[in-house]
Design a protein around this ligand. Structure first.
Ligand SMILES: O=C(CO)COP(=O)(O)O
Length: 228
């Protein structure tokens, strides 16, 4: 992973699949090249193969099922997303929680497959204990702000600063902040508060011109890190 971490969660909007999803990925790839910034796309499982064939960006799954290979109809365990072309996966997103006791095992399995992991948490108290499980990064998102357009940076800056204090104790795990990030200023502030990147969905996926939003976010992330 390279800093700043910009993670765009496609979720399942009407442009998250099919050709629209690929067009969007290509526009984002252009920005990634232009600014030399890595942009992670967490895409629906059904799109991992197609998008990873079309663009040179780290493609993540949005979730993997913590079940072993075998008789589990409909399941998508990590081996399958790797085979489809994923470089990593989100785990435990607030819209797709897994049980706390399953997290350690699934993270080990993801790591053994050579995949990256971004583990989501909803509060700063979980950052240190989950950080000890050594995901590549923790994404902190207060669920009540997700999709609201009211950013964690502005509405709950203390969530970021406390999470930043906690992640330092875990050593070697990046901290990303998300929920409601809507403007370049939100991105700048999140990084200024100590996050090493941002996670975003609706501000990009629901925008008329998503590439403009992504470019603005990238510029502000670079500025906040003194790289622009
Ligand atoms: O859940 C999120 C990213 O994983 C954040 O969603 P929004 O950017 O829509 O608030």
């Amino acid at each position: 992973m390279r800093l700043p971490i910009i993670l765009i969660n496609y979720k399942v909007y009407d442009n998250s699949f099919g050709n629209k999803a690929i067009e969007l990925a290509k526009k984002i790839e252009k920005i990634s090249r232009e600014y030399s910034v890595e942009i992670i796309l967490a895409v629906p499982a059904t799109m991992i193969y197609r998008i990873s064939q079309e663009v040179n960006l780290p493609i993540y799954a949005q979730h993997v099922d913590p079940v072993p290979l075998g008789a589990h109809t409909g399941a998508i365990p990590p081996e399958l997303v790797k085979d489809a072309g994923a470089k990593g996966t989100l785990i435990n997103h607030s819209e797709k929680r897994i049980r706390a006791d399953e997290i350690d095992d699934i993270l080990k399995r993801i790591r053994n497959l050579g995949l990256e992991s971004v583990l989501c948490v909803d509060r700063y108290e979980l950052v240190f204990p989950f950080g000890l499980l050594k995901p590549n990064a923790i994404l902190i998102e207060p669920p009540e702000l997700i999709g609201t357009g009211i950013s964690v940076s502005k509405a709950k800056p203390e969530v970021i600063t406390k999470a930043v204090d906690e992640i330092k104790k875990a050593k070697g795990v990046y901290l990303i902040a998300g929920a409601g990030i809507s403007t370049g200023e939100d991105v700048f502030k999140a990084i200024e508060l100590g996050a090493q990147g941002i996670g975003v969905a609706s501000a990009v996926m629901k925008a008329k011109e998503p590439e403009k939003v992504v470019e603005d976010f990238v510029i502000n992330a670079l500025k906040a890190m003194g790289k622009f």
